[in-house]
Write a new protein. Sequence first.
Length: 499
Amino acid sequence: MKNLRMGVLTALAVLVVLTFSRNASTLETVPVYRVTEIGSQLIATNAGVTYSTALAVNESGDAAGMAILNGVQTPFLYTAERGPVLLPRIGIAAQAVDLTDRDVDGNILLVGTANPGTLVRREAAVLWIYSTQSGSVVDAREIGVLPGFSNSVATAVNNHWVVVGYSTNYDFAGSPAMKYDVHADLLAPFGFPVRPVDVNDFGEVTGGGFIGDLNGNFSDLGAPAGTTLSSLLAINDLGWTTGRAVTSLSDGSGRRISASVRHTGTGGWQQITANSSQDTGTDINYSGDVVGTTAANFAFRPFLYVDALDTWFLLDGLLAADFQDRFVARAEAINDIGQIAGSGTGGAVLLSPTDLPVPPPADVADTTAPTDPVATPAPAEAVDTVAPTVSILSPSPGDEVSGRIDVVFQATDNEGLAYVEINIVVDSSERVACSESLAGELSLPGSCRLNLRKIPAGSYPVNVLVSDTAGNWGSAQVTINVVALDKVAGGGCGRKRGC
């Protein structure tokens, strides 16, 4: 839930009273921000971390996101008391995309998606429960999938610990919306015409151009005048939403300009910015303040829209004097007191209005405590930096092929192999044919059946990608020539012969 975070409340009546008696956002004048460089702290306390981004922030200023550790996505949580902590991957890679407020026991629920690393399971909705009292992860597990599906994605969570997302098989049409009640351990579908992307504390959800609820009711909000294809990304506890809509204008390079927009219920649609093909509102807080992306000086820049002023600002221009040498690249989330989570040149950042109290320094000793055998790097002198070696034995470069072919390869590593993927690049997009997590084998002779029946004639690169247990990657590529079936020796393919 990238908006109002009020804590886990058990009575809706209490929630209603507290919601409408809460204080307004502090953003009533032009804000000035100080910068907490979470990314630099991650790099300083975890060997192998090279980059990070914060994707969500709660009302305590706790932030969640993703770090790149030895080339692999790894989730993290930042708290002011302990700094950033890497979380278990629950697979070969993962990221945390949303989090709740702290409950009465100081627990935070985080949700995200992991890559289980198997042939049929590419994505799994996952959760983590972190205790701020003990400074440790007390639970980390998959959420599950709806019957008949193999993959799932968690997109958001509210303060009742209800997670929303969807299940999918990729090869079949339809990705039904799902909800998971963590306290009841109950996973169920609910009616929604598109994939839900956010949920508020009243159980309202949004996605596409729709707003609905967890009981299967929904309505189409349409799009702002002069635009089409609205795509909403966040909803606050008033039911206000933000996202983007496509205009009829061109940016001069054949792409249509999009507008960052918000919908304020009875107030209807409002266009905030419209400067590029990437203009988007990414989050909205209780007061209606919005963060997102626009274009300035031929570059994409993060912005803040302040509802009380009905004006938007580039975030770089709002940094305090001591932080004006910083560069903010993205703004992903905003809480009700105006703190913003995102990324800069050094990785994940948390921007806080300067009129907020400065938290005491984090207990750095605790940030280095191991949180996961996968995510905790070995001592510097023991780090494996040798990439796996990969060779493609068949097909050969320039082979004329069609139908179904076997890609035969050989991979080896000095410490142990962890993951293999085979893909073909079509129209600049990688289509994964096979992928599988491995058990640390030193040598792997393997093959993958590649289906070319729906690929037009032409030349295409085929890639074999392999990672080892230390996160090093090796690859090999061969370019094949896909030809029409009737040009292959032996004629076409029939139902009995196969292709």
